[in-house]
Design a protein around this ligand. Structure first.
Ligand SMILES: Cc1ncc(COP(=O)(O)O)c(C=O)c1O
Length: 422
């Protein structure tokens, strides 16, 4: 097989075999890893990134700049998940009720390694929304206690506080974040000002879904902990984009969706709870077998659940490691600058995402001056088959462009030409 076909390999030959064991997956990954290593792989190497793109099965003619809404799975993950599903359907009761215990724990370990934490700090949940609900529903707050939620939170971060806590008479403090800060300190200052002696929790998004602004979780966590305040983080838009060491970040809780920039199957998510803060969490669902388990497993009491997707998450982390966190991040940053350089200085466009490396990475939101964003989005799709997300809140009026490891510079050139024509 040549490199291209090997990189597009499928697991079809394994369908008849009895088990897609972790061993089988590892050896296939090793093969793929040798091939990609041959190629050289700097952030600029279009041959390499073209091969990466070939590992995804997009609809013919589609230009996908909407990873922030939902990510695709690479072939490796699609095929592994399908195989897990086939195995499950071949002997449902065996695999659902304990047959995959070791594989599940191996997946937990891989996720823990990806975020540089202990496996006893990771629960395998469904998505960010669930994780944010878990945090808000768990906190034992009283009337008058305050929770800081900036104005720029996603509804998955705000609605749970409103739903689970407002009846207790807690106060939601909603400071306004600048859209285009020039430094982290500007953002930290907003949080510093919002803290009072009644603040119990800061719930914050790691990357905003509107303009991809990255918030200074580490600095805010340090400041919060000095005052005995807990910090919960919505990581839907950052997990998978750059290297995240959760102990270094320092927050108490971190909820992420596997199905955005990580490229996991849909409906699997990651929840981190720092060891010391775990005791504060109360499961959203209680059932067998872990309802009275003191470990973090008590937070994943689903009984019957989506095991193929859960184990597919393990393959997702294998795929993540195949390219490597550093290489992935470098590529997204390279694309960010390539895209921005093509439009900046042209008065017909205005970027609505901060430029500093500290403050943005894979998401860049841009306004076509003088046009409503809904029309721009519609034209991009109708005339060019480009999918992206329109953002109109916060005075943004811009299309949100997600740049990802499956994006080539040719794709960006095509997008830039389309935007200029529009
Ligand atoms: C910042 C942010 N938080 C939470 C979510 C919700 O993600 P999920 O539906 O996977 O829970 C999204 C989805 O776009 C998001 O952008």
């Amino acid at each position: 097989m040549d490199r291209r076909s090997l990189l597009k390999y499928s697991f079809s030959g394994l369908a008849a075999s009895s088990l897609l064991s972790i061993g089988v997956r590892e050896s296939l990954l090793e093969k793929a890893s040798n091939i990609t290593d041959d190629l050289g792989s700097s952030a600029n190497d279009e041959d390499y990134w073209g091969l990466v793109k070939n590992q995804f099965r997009f609809e013919e003619g589609l230009y996908y700049f909407n990873n922030a809404s939902l990510g695709p799975c690479p072939n490796l993950v699609v095929d592994a998940t399908n195989q897990f599903r086939a195995l499950l359907d071949g002997f449902p009761s065996k695999y659902m009720w304990g047959g995959w215990q070791d594989e599940k724990e191996a997946t937990r370990q891989k996720v823990a390694d990806m975020f540089s934490v202990d496996k006893e700090e990771i629960a395998l949940i469904h998505n960010t929304t669930e994780g944010m609900n878990l945090i808000a529903s768990s906190m034992d707050l009283k009337a008058g206690d305050e929770v800081i939620l900036s104005d720029h939170e996603h509804p998955s971060g705000t609605v749970p506080w409103q739903y689970w806590q407002e009846t207790k008479g807690i106060k939601l403090v909603r400071p306004v974040l600048p859209i285009l800060p020039e430094s982290k300190e500007e953002l930290v200052a907003v949080y510093r000002k919002a803290i009072t002696s009644k603040t119990k929790v800061i719930s914050m998004v790691h990357g905003t879904n509107t303009n991809g602004m990255i918030l200074p979780v580490k600095e805010v966590s340090q400041m919060a902990h000095e005052r005995g305040i807990l910090v919960g983080v919505d990581a839907a838009q950052t997990a998978g984009t750059f290297k995240i060491d959760l102990h270094d970040l320092g927050c108490d809780f971190y909820a992420a969706s596997g199905h955005k920039f990580m490229f996991a199957p849909k409906g699997i998510g990651v929840f981190y709870a720092k060891k010391d803060s775990q005791k504060l969490l109360k499961p959203l669902i209680v059932s067998r077998p872990h309802y009275n388990d003191p470990s973090i497993r008590r937070l994943e009491n689903y009984n019957t659940r989506n095991y193929p997707e859960l184990l597919g998450l393990g393959t997702t982390v294998d795929y993540y490691n195949l390219i490597g966190a550093e290489k992935r991040e470098a590529r997204m940053r390279e694309l960010k600058h390539y895209f921005r350089n093509a439009l900046e200085g042209d008065s017909k466009f205005k970027f609505k995402t901060p430029v500093s490396e500290d403050l943005s990475c894979a998401i860049q939101t841009v306004e076509v001056v003088g046009r409503k964003v809904g029309e721009v989005k519609a034209d991009l799709f109708k005339k060019y088959k480009i999918d992206c997300r329109p953002m109109s809140g916060y005075g943004i009026n811009g299309v949100r462009i997600s740049l990802s490891v499956f994006t080539t510079k040719k794709d960006v050139d095509y997008l830039v030409e389309a935007l200029k024509a529009i």
